[in-house]
Structure formats: C-alpha cells, structure tokens
Ligand binder design. Structure first.
Ligand code: MIG
Length: 654
C-alpha cells in the first residue's frame, strides 16, 4: 500500500505516474518535525537501509550522510555525500519495514546513522514536497509498488548489451577505424564505439567537425556495415558564437536560462562561454530535443548526455569577482591563513553553489530560481531527447543514457555512473550501486569499465571486465591523458577475448532478465539479504549479488586476490569459466566456501532449481543465435526467455 502525504505546494516534477489520494494517518514509526521539513525514525540494531541509487559506500546506506544534489564530482571517494544523481527512494528493513520516496527537486539530506547509528533523519530543504510511504509484506513487494508508482523503466536496444569501446580523445575517423580494427584483428567482439566531445566543431552541440569527419553519414553507414554503432556525446551547454544556429535560435526564442536581470545567463564549460538551455520550459525542451535529428538523420542511433548536473566551470559574474579578489592577494605576504583563503578563491570556482542560485527557469511563465529545481536539470535534458526521438524516429529504439539523473528520468533513459577511477575500490563500488540503482528504476546502467580517471593496469581491467560482463551497459571508457586501455593494448588478449566471448554467450540470459526487471518491476541485481530473507547468514553480505533469477555472482575486487570466500545460502552449481567453452562444473554445498579464482577465471553460481542457458559465442549482437543453448544447472520447469521487449521462448532444462 502506498500512502501519500503532501506538504506545502510541491513543484510538479513528474517523477511519479500515479495520482493518489491523500492519506490520513501518518505512520507511527516516522516523526515529522513541526515545520514539516524533517522526518526521523529509529533504526533497530539490525535494520538495513537500502536505496538512494547512485551513491558512495555500501548497499546498506547506514553509517553515512548523503545529499541529493546532482554534482559533477570526478572523485568518487567515500568521503563524498553527492554524486551525479538524485535518487530519493529508500527502504528500511528492520522490525518494521517500509519504503519511502521524497518527491522534491532540490536538496534532501539523509543522515542515516551518521550522527547517531540508531537514527535516521531526513531533511528536505523546503516544506514543499510529496512524501510517499510504501508498506508491504516483503521487500520485493515494496520495490514493486514503488516502481509502479514511478512508471516503467526505459528499455535499451539489444545491441546496447554488446561490448562498447569509448575514450575521451578519439579525435577523428582514422582513430575510430583503428579502434574497430584493433578489436576485429584480435577477434574481440564489439558493438559500438563512442564519440566524445572531440567530434564536434569547437565543442558545439549538433555539429560534426568536417575536417575530422569529411563524410560523416558515409562513415556512420560504413561502420554500420561492420555492425558498429557510433554513439556521440551531447553536452548541456550551448556555445555562444555568432552564426551558430543553435545558439541564435535559443537566444531569439528565449530558450536559455536567464540571470536576475533577464539576460541569458553565461557560464563557462568546454566550449568556453555557453548558455544553458531551459529544459524546464516545455517549448525549449521540445526545441532542443528536435536538434538530435541532425545526427539521427546521419544514421546515428545512440547518444549519451553529459555535463547535465549542470556542470559549471565558472559563471562569468563570479569569475569577475574572483579576478577582483585575487588582486587583494597580489604582492601580499601570504601566511598560512591568507594562503588558504587565496587558494579557496581559486579552487572554489567550478560548480560553486552561489552560481546555482543565480540563474532562472521559465516554467509556464513563472520565474523559478535554479537551485529550487536543480536535480531536475539532467532529467529534463534527457527527457527532451527521448520525447523528440518519438517524434523524429518513432519506429527506432534509440540508445540514450545520461550522467545526471533524478527518479522520473528512468522512464526515458539509462545512466552511466560517471567519472570513476582505475581503483580497485571502484570495482567494489559499482557492485554496490547496481541493486540500489535498480530499486530506483535505473536498470540500463554500468560503470566505466577499467576506470575513467587515473592509470589502469591489466589485472584491474581483467577484474573490472569480470563484473561489467554482467551489467547491461558494458563500456570501456577512459579520460584524456590516461593510459590507453582498449583490451588489445594488454598482453593477455586471449583472456580478454575469452571474457568478452562469455559476455556475448550470456547476453540472451542477461537481456531477458533485464526485460523481466523492467516489465515486472523487479531487481536485475538483488542483494543477498533480499534474495534470501529467511537466511540470517545472507543478510549482510554485500559482495555477492543475485543476477536475474538463475545466478549468483561473487566478483573478485581486491588487488592480488586469487580466490575469495563465498557464502552459499543453498546448494548451487559452481561454473568456473575460463571462457564460454572452457568451464569446470562443480556442485557446491550450502555454507561458507573458499573458492580459487585465477585472474583469467570468472565464477558463476547457478542457484538451486534454476538453469542458466548460454548461447553460442558471437562477434556482435547482430549474430546472436537463439536456436541452441548450453544449459547449466537443473530445474523441473523451463526457463522463460525474452528474446525482445515482448516475445518469449521457453528453454527446457537439459
Ligand atoms: O568533465 O567529455 O563524465 O565521460 O569523457 C569532463 C569529456 C567531461 C565528463 C564525462 C566523461 C567524458 C568527459 N566529460
């Protein structure tokens, strides 16, 4: 049952799709402050708090403070409180269990056992929000009810389950052909290559640099013949440049965010000075979305939206203040305090909170200050694209995922988890994010495989691939200036090829479980405590996940580890894969087990009374073959496999 409580006048976020009547009785396990901005609840000693989507730290969010405030922060260390998304759903699993969703577009702070381990305090910036409390017998039912409240998640095209290669720095057609060739020559399967900001003309959205790509449509179709999709990036900011149509149209029609004097607000991002499209204005949103047609007409069928928190390097106004202020420090003896004051002036330039309070949206004629609706910006940018796709190419399923997000956006696209690093702890982090993201409706998702920032290593890449091979988005992406990390750059290409082969053999199963998660409002990645609620030993395990209905995974995420402990809540069949066809099949008993996992091996545990169908190894999703499967595990009932969004086949146990 969902209970809705409305406080003040909430902004219509369109995060939910159901109209519910107001509930009357406020639940006794929650305390609402007099001013209605703070909710608090006791947490009994064994309670787990699940949810909050894209965030640092554990699956159990207890013991830290999180702030929903979409932020462009490329250092995902555990001292952070906010990443790129605002995912205001959580679930308390204790003596009393319930779900809670705060429908509010600005800051919400969650002190989940940070100040007091046994207490949860949620503070909403203003008493203008809708609160939904979900009560049900089981956690999966709470999730199901919540997900039906927010509407069906986005469905990505099947090719987007193929292996994808990206790097900030592929500069021209030649670079991309080299990447494709590198994969093909080494028989590394591949479905897509990404175009980062370098493909544009001076970083202008909806342009292609003709010097780098002399005949873009031709190139796109060449690539398509090789079963390679090209996926260009779109940034939120529009470059200020006379003669640039997107800039001029936006300016002439007042489609950009305004400053306090009603002038188009100026900030700096990649192209230098830009304006920010006002995605919260219906007309502007439609206008910007229609611009994607420029690339769709040239054969493009996938996009990623970036910098849409929005990321701000500087605002022109604040930059001027900084320059003025810096003069005060010139020729001064900078002592300890002076020096740090000076440093703060400089390092505080980008993504400065003051800047977010100095521009405005036009929402149906009403001027709304940005910080009041901050967390909707990336969501509405992406919605602008997705709504336009329906008009431009109603018969196509176009891949779309975004960096910034808010619940509601899950209906329009997936997300990637932004600028992670080539750190072992970030293999662990994605494993913890996956179930939390699924609860919040984000099912098409994945991390930059191998790590975006910093230098990767071959062993780290191998272990990263071994978790990414289960995630819907499996994309190797890295930052400009870091070590090149295409899989053919490493020594043991054979093992990487084997891992990718296994991924492609798993796609029929993974895609099917993805569709089920979307259609049935379930998790694709289930924490052990939710999958095995009757087993106290499974309850707090955070480094194993149930993937879909049939399998459990226990990734290796520690440097130098050649094995690990695994807890089995029931007897299972262990598959130790070196490749899709080189596998040891080992029955393992319920209980704690130590298992060896060499660097070139990945473990899959088939659950009791379940089967895992593996397809043949192919080089591209275009060659997926549903005519025969190798079946692992045992079951008395057939496995229902979605072969596309709606059709199923029945796969019978061996
Ligand atoms: O601030 O377009 O997260 O994936 O490669 C850097 C360049 C801007 C951030 C994205 C990253 C992308 C990069 N972008």
């Amino acid at each position: 049952m969902i209970k809705k409580f409305t406080f003040g006048t909430p902004f219509p976020t369109e995060s939910v799709v159901m109209q519910l009547p107001e509930a009357s009785a406020f639940p006794e396990y929650l305390t609402l402050s007099k001013d209605q901005t703070t909710l608090s609840a006791a947490l009994d000693s064994d309670a787990i708090v699940y949810g909050l989507g894209e965030n640092v730290r554990g699956i159990n969010k207890r013991g830290w403070k999180y702030i929903s405030n979409c932020s462009d922060d490329p250092s995902h260390s555990e001292n952070k409180n906010s990443l790129y998304g605002a995912h205001n759903f959580l679930m308390v699993d204790g003596d009393i269990s319930y779900g809670l969703f705060i429908d509010f577009p600005a800051k919400v702070t969650y002190d989940i056992g940070f100040t007091d381990l046994d207490k949860m305090t949620i503070s909403v910036e203003e008493a203008n929000y809708a609160l939904y409390i979900i009560e049900a017998d089981t956690l999966p039912s709470i999730i199901r009810e919540f997900r039906s409240l927010i509407g069906q998640s986005y469905i990505a095209p099947k090719w987007a389950f193929g292996y994808q290669q990206s790097r900030w720095g592929y500069n021209c057609e030649e670079d991309i052909r080299k990447v494709v060739k590198g994969h093909r020559d080494n028989r590394l399967p591949l479905d897509a290559v990404y175009l980062d900001i370098d493909y544009m003309e001076r970083f202008k959205d909806f342009t292609v640099d003709e010097e780098k790509f002399p005949d873009f449509p031709d190139f796109v179709s060449d690539m398509k013949k090789e079963n390679i999709h090209l996926v260009p990036i779109i940034d939120a900011g529009v470059k200020i440049e006379d003669g640039y149509d997107v800039y001029e149209e936006g300016r002439d029609h007042d489609y950009f965010c305004k400053d306090e004097n009603d002038e188009d607000f100026v900030v700096g991002v990649w192209p230098g000075r830009v304006h920010l499209p006002d995605f919260l204005n219906d007309e502007a949103r439609q206008w910007f979305g229609d611009k994607y047609k420029f690339l769709i007409d040239q054969g493009i069928d996938g996009f990623w939206n970036d910098m849409n928190e929005p990321a701000l390097f500087y605002s022109e106004k604040h930059l001027q203040e900084v320059f003025d202020k810096l003069k005060e420090f010139q020729d001064v003896n900078l002592d300890l305090y002076q020096f740090f004051a000076f440093k703060d002036v400089v390092t505080g330039i980008d993504n400065n909170p003051v800047d977010y309070e100095s521009f405005y949206h036009n929402v149906n004629g009403k001027k709304i200050r940005h910080d009041k609706v901050h967390n909707l910006y990336g969501y509405y940018m992406t919605r602008s694209a997705a709504e336009a796709f329906k008009r431009i190419a109603p018969d196509k399923n176009i891949l779309m995922f975004s960096r910034s997000s808010c619940i509601g956006m899950h209906r329009y696209s997936g997300i990637w988890t932004g600028d992670n690093s080539s750190w072992w702890s970030h293999i662990e982090l994605i494993m913890k994010m996956l179930p939390s993201l699924n609860m919040c409706g984000f099912i098409y998702t994945g991390a930059d495989t191998g790590g975006f920032g910093d230098q990767t290593t071959e062993d780290l890449m191998m272990r990263f691939i071994q978790i990414s091979m289960f995630t819907p988005l499996m994309r190797n992406h890295s930052a400009l200036g870091t070590r090149e990390q295409e899989l053919y750059q490493f020594k043991d290409i054979d093992s990487f090829r084997n891992m990718l082969g296994l991924r492609y053999a798993l796609i029929p199963y993974l895609y099917s479980e993805y569709i089920k998660a979307v259609r049935e409002n379930t998790l694709m990645f289930t924490p052990m405590g939710i999958a095995y609620p009757e087993d106290p030993a499974a309850r707090h395990i955070e480094d194993q996940l149930v993937v879909g209905e049939s399998i459990m995974i226990a990734p290796v995420y520690k440097q130098n580890a050649v094995g690990r402990y695994v807890y089995l809540p029931e007897d299972m069949t262990l598959l130790r894969f070196r490749s899709a066809d080189d596998v040891d099949v080992i029955p393992v008993e319920q209980g704690h087990q130590y298992v060896n996992v060499a660097l070139n091996e990945v473990l899959v545990f088939v659950r009791k009374d379940h089967i895992l169908p593996l397809g043949p190894v192919v080089q591209s999703t275009a060659d997926l073959d549903y005519s025969h499967f190798t079946i692992y595990g045992q079951s008395t009932s057939p496995y229902t496999m979605y072969t596309n969004e709606t059709n199923t086949i029945s796969v019978t146990p061996a």
